[in-house]
Ligand binder design. Structure first.
Ligand code: SF4
Length: 424
């Protein structure tokens, strides 16, 4: 192209140009495809509002920065890499099956939101699981492991190809497979891959779009399980038709326009692939995260379901506030390093040693906690100035009223306890 092939691009798509709330920002992968998205929060609309279509980065002539203490940095990096390789999740599960390894796990736990958060199990789960996806990819000549960038040692992504071996999209993530799959009653991996590709091409957040289509299905615009209709709805968004403009502004707007009460959003953002009634720790994170319903801000699923970092019963309210608080603090720190969040599975000390030796600092574990809290406080202060109150740190009422099968359980963390998350 015009700028050569040694560049990277950060861009918005038509959804960003139309300033839609579900608009994402795309980053090119190693093959120069715009497949890695900053999906959540409607950030693509910010580029649209500023009139910035693309940022082209060419690092020719620049130098890598050197660590202040190269020996210590090398030793810390080695320990960190060894930790990631030895860890069963980052060394085996993610490289083999990607994040979609979670489909069977969360479905088994009875917390896999299905048909717009109506049930906690999906009968078509086997057809869209990470195991089936990896087998489909490799048998067709695609790949079940691939990295966002050259430096990744986990490589949780992959390459999804059609029956003739032609590239469709990068391996859809667990959240995408759920949003466009189970949540809409769709059990067809090829259709999900097409939806993922359309989202990437238009610059749309896959979680928001899947949740939106499920709300539209509940409104009767399409039938649950109708993959063709789902594809057409996303195309409406890309074309910017009147219906497309509504859908492209996400689940909250779509629910309002079509009079749907069961709309799974917090602060206007759609919930990801874990039902907060069956995994109450993630419900606390959804409710209180400064950016609206978001799983990455404090991934309590890890402890609630996988017993990593302790064990807290997912079906009881006790211990969830503390769990979410600690994870939100730690996540704010990892996010600040610029590392992929999946490195959190390795030892935290090695990451701290890397940062300290790189910058010649002496941050202790206590300093790190204080730093994480300061990040969250800044975010909270921003939200307060923007008019958010504790009333916005809540799940929609129906999660407290409607019991989720198969556990037949409601969300039971009390409002006054949610208000304690940032009270440290
Ligand atoms: S581990 Fe992170 S950086 Fe690596 S491929 Fe997965 S998401 Fe991308």
């Amino acid at each position: 192209g015009e700028y050569g092939d040694k560049i990277a691009c950060i861009s918005m798509g038509p959804a960003g140009e139309m300033k839609m709330a579900a608009a994402s920002i795309a980053f090119t992968d190693m093959e120069q495809r715009p497949t890695r998205h900053a999906g959540r929060g409607g950030v693509g609309a910010v580029m649209g509002a500023k009139g910035v279509k693309v940022i082209v980065i060419d690092d020719a002539g620049t130098k890598m920065r050197s660590p202040k203490d190269p020996e210590k940095f090398k030793a810390a990096t080695k320990e960190w890499v060894d930790g990631l390789k030895k860890n069963p999740t980052t060394g085996e599960g993610l490289p083999s099956y990607g994040t979609n390894v979670l489909t069977n796990v969360i479905n088994e736990a009875g917390s896999y939101p299905t048909h717009n958060f109506l049930w906690g199990r999906f009968e078509g789960c086997e057809k869209i699981s990470g195991e089936t996806q990896a087998e489909t990819e490799t048998s067709r000549g695609g790949s079940a492991t691939h990295g966002c960038h050259r430096g990744c040692i986990i490589r949780c992504s992959g390459t999804y190809v059609d029956k003739d071996g032609h590239y469709i999209t990068k391996q859809p993530e667990y959240e995408t497979v759920w949003a466009h799959g189970g949540n809409c009653g769709i059990n067809d991996l090829d259709a999900i891959a097409q939806l993922d590709r359309l989202d990437d091409d238009y610059g749309l957040d896959t979680i928001e779009m899947g949740a939106t289509i499920a709300v539209a299905m509940e409104a009767g615009i399409a039938k649950f399980g109708d993959a063709k209709a789902a594809i057409n709805l996303v195309k409406e968004v890309g074309k910017g038709t009147h219906l497309g403009r509504i859908l492209g502004n996400g689940a909250a707007v779509t629910g309002k326009v079509f009079g749907v009460e069961r709309v799974p959003v917090v602060k206007g953002q759609a919930m990801p692939a874990y039902d907060p009634r069956g995994i109450m720790g993630i419900g606390v994170t959804y409710a209180t995260s400064t950016m609206g319903a978001d799983h990455t801000a404090g991934y309590a699923v890890m402890t609630n379901i996988m017993d990593i970092g302790g064990s807290v019963d997912p079906l009881k309210p006790e211990g969830q506030v503390e769990l979410s608080r600690n994870l939100q603090i730690a996540t704010a720190v990892v996010d600040s390093t610029g590392m992929c969040l999946f490195v959190a599975f390795a030892t935290f000390q090695a990451l701290l040693d890397m940062v300290n030796s790189f910058y010649d600092m002496n941050m202790t574990a206590d300093d790190v906690v204080a730093f994480g809290k300061s990040v969250l406080k800044n975010e909270r202060d921003f939200n307060i100035k923007a008019g958010f109150t504790s009333e916005h740190d809540r799940l929609p009422e129906y999660f407290k009223r409607e019991a989720l099968p198969p556990h037949n359980i409601t969300f039971q963390v009390k409002d006054e306890d949610l208000d304690q998350v940032f009270n440290w």
